[in-house]
Each structure stands twice: as structure tokens, then as C-alpha cells.
Design a protein around this ligand. Structure first.
Ligand code: MF3
Ligand code: CO
Length: 239
């Protein structure tokens, strides 16, 4: 999983260099698939439950699962969340970043920064003896300090020989969940805060995939695959 994770991290670094005004999300997808394959991986999103591309490209109010398209060209002031997964020797890596395009409004830039901070605060709780609720509380508390909406309908997940394995890793605390599963050293999780500038509520587009903030305000996503450790998490998809 370290090898798969590194490849996903490298793919996202490669894509970051290509994000600029005028580039289409289709071009980013073509680059991602080629990069993953020439480095010995298989894009895990392609054909997953019928998904038609190798990455998800979610622009502005789109939260996750935006489908790359020749018609979507990045504009000055956009933010784009790129979610990417790869398989190497049967093992999965999964990660997402939100990138800025040109001059982004200060309040939107702040949302992107805080979403990344939410991940690191959550990951700091991914240690033996803690429970899933500790990750969720860390993410939610930080996001709420800024009045942001924490997406509830989509969650992080266990990951290993499949992209999505138990347990679900929510980014919010709900009394009905109890403390959630106990964490132990060696567990592999995808921790992925999805944070909205406005409401936490999302709507799914007619394409059956694209999730957008219900109020049309910007949304950010930051995800890494991690290994739960004794005292801290090891992040596999950041290189
Ligand atoms: N990477 C997403 C996740 O974090 C899954 C993408 S769904 C797919 O769970 F269909 F695009 F693969
Ligand atoms: Co994921």
C-alpha cells in the first residue's frame, strides 16, 4: 500500500502542475490515466460501479465525483478538487486535493486551507486505542470554528485490496454512531473531509455522480490514505 499510495501522491503532484486557466478536466483525466499506467499502476476509479474516468474533477460548488469533460475548462478564480485512486499489485491508494486556479477569493482560499487542516487534525487522531469518533470530532470541530458545513452523506472508508472497505470514516459526530470502531495499529483508512462554505447538504446531478453543495457555494475536499499507528498515522499518499 505504500507503493500504491506513493503513485497516487505522485499522480496528484503531476496534475497540480497542469492545473491552469483554460485546461479541460478531460485533459487532466487523460494525463492521470497515462501517468498511472506508465508507472505500473491501474486507475481504480475507471469502470468502478460504471464510473467513466480515472479521476474525479469537482469544480467550485461540486463536492466530489465530478466527471471529467472536454466542456469543462478551468477559469480564473475556480477551485478544483481532484480525487485519484490507483492499484499496484492488488493494493489500493486513494487521495484528493483541492487546487486553486488563478486568483481565488480570500474566503474560498481559506476554505481550501482549513479543509486540509481538518485532514491533518483527523489523521492525528488515527492512533491505536482511539475510536472513529475521535477522527470525526477533530475534523468537525475545526470546520465548525469557521462556520463551514461538514458533508454528512459522503464519508471516508477503510481501504486495502478494495478501494472501499469497512469501516466508514465519517467527518461529523452523531450520537447514534456511538464511539465507532476502535482503531488499531496497521489499520488502513482513507480520511477525507469534504467541507462546504455554506450548507452541509448536497444534491446529486442527473449524471448520477456529481455531488454539489445544495446552496451552490464552494466546496473543498482533501483526502489521504493512512496507516493507523501506535502514536500517529503514517500518510501514504503525500510525496
Ligand atoms: N475516491 C472516492 C472516494 O474517496 C471514490 C471515487 S468513486 C469513483 O471514495 F467511482 F469515482 F471511483
Ligand atoms: Co476515498
Amino acid at each position: 500500500m505504500r507503493v500504491a499510495g506513493r503513485l497516487v501522491g505522485e499522480t496528484l503532484n503531476h496534475l497540480e502542475k497542469l492545473v491552469e486557466i483554460g485546461v479541460s478536466t478531460y485533459e487532466l483525466d487523460r494525463e492521470a490515466e497515462a501517468f498511472i499506467r506508465r508507472n505500473g499502476g491501474i486507475p481504480s476509479f475507471l469502470h468502478y460501479n460504471g464510473y467513466p474516468a480515472s479521476i474525479c474533477t469537482s469544480v467550485n460548488e461540486q463536492v466530489v465525483h465530478g466527471i471529467p469533460s472536454k466542456k469543462v475548462k478551468l477559469k480564473d478564480g475556480d477551485i478544483i478538487s481532484i480525487d485519484c485512486g490507483a492499484i499496484v499489485d492488488g493494493w489500493h491508494g486513494d487521495a484528493a486535493r483541492t487546487f486553486l486556479v488563478g486568483n481565488v477569493a480570500p474566503e474560498v482560499k481559506k476554505l481550501v486551507e482549513v479543509t486540509k487542516e481538518c485532514f491533518f487534525l483527523g489523521a492525528a487522531q488515527a492512533k491505536e486505542g482511539n475510536h472513529l469518533i475521535d477522527i470525526a470530532r477533530a475534523v468537525e470541530t475545526h470546520a465548525k470554528e469557521y462556520g463551514y458545513g461538514v458533508v454528512r452523506d459522503m464519508v471516508g472508508h477503510g481501504i486495502g485490496t478494495s478501494m472501499h472497505e469497512p469501516p466508514e470514516v465519517p467527518n461529523y459526530v452523531d450520537i447514534r454512531m456511538g464511539r465507532g470502531a476502535k482503531l488499531f495499529e496497521g489499520m488502513t483508512l482513507a480520511i477525507e473531509p469534504m467541507i462546504n462554505l455554506g450548507t452541509w447538504r448536497i444534491v446529486i446531478a442527473a449524471d448520477g455522480w456529481t455531488a454539489s453543495a445544495a446552496d451552490g457555494k464552494p466546496s473543498a475536499h482533501y483526502e489521504n490514505t493512512v496507516i493507523v499507528g501506535k502514536d500517529s498515522a503514517e500518510v501514504l499518499t503525500l510525496v
